[in-house]
Write a protein that binds this ligand. Sequence first.
Ligand SMILES: [Cu+2]
Length: 194
Amino acid sequence: MSLVAILVGLAVTVALVAGIASGVVGLTRSRTPSAPAVRGHVTEVMKILTTGNLPGTGNQPQFTNPQWTVHVNERVTVKIVNFDDGTAPLMGAQMMYDKVVGSSTGQELVAGQALSSIPDTNVAHTFTIVGLPFNMPIPAAPTGKSVTVVASFVPTKTGTFTWQCYAPCGAGTNGMGGAMSTMKWMEGKIKVIA
Ligand SMILES: [Cu+2]
């Protein structure tokens, strides 16, 4: 371990202890794959914001909370609050991601309504973990508002899985640049541990 890494680790520890002591940092969930996960049924809240500024690309949509760690065989509820009112219709082979896959009910709740798919033309993003598999199509939000999409699953195998969006919501003529090709924007990691 380099001196810099040790110093950074020390600073983080001091900040955490200070935060806990002052009540600022509660017993919140871990946000990084290397941190221990909370036991039992957890809810991971992800927001899709359009206020991000991706260097070299400008304003791009971005998922918050892109990396989490959960326990195998314990329920995970994914709650996605989408503020993006733009659509990115699925095309070609990606059109299969308009359907809910791998959720406990076979459906997702979209603004409280149970649905098993979203019309391709109204898809804004997808939250897709091919390796499980698990898929949530996310519709565009009403302008100036947000739409909340909820589904849950129980991971049955350990490992580190990539999630990504399959809607061409990024930059460039094919929509696959910018956020779509940048880790922690339209792509992240989920670690499933014992
Ligand atoms: Cu997207």
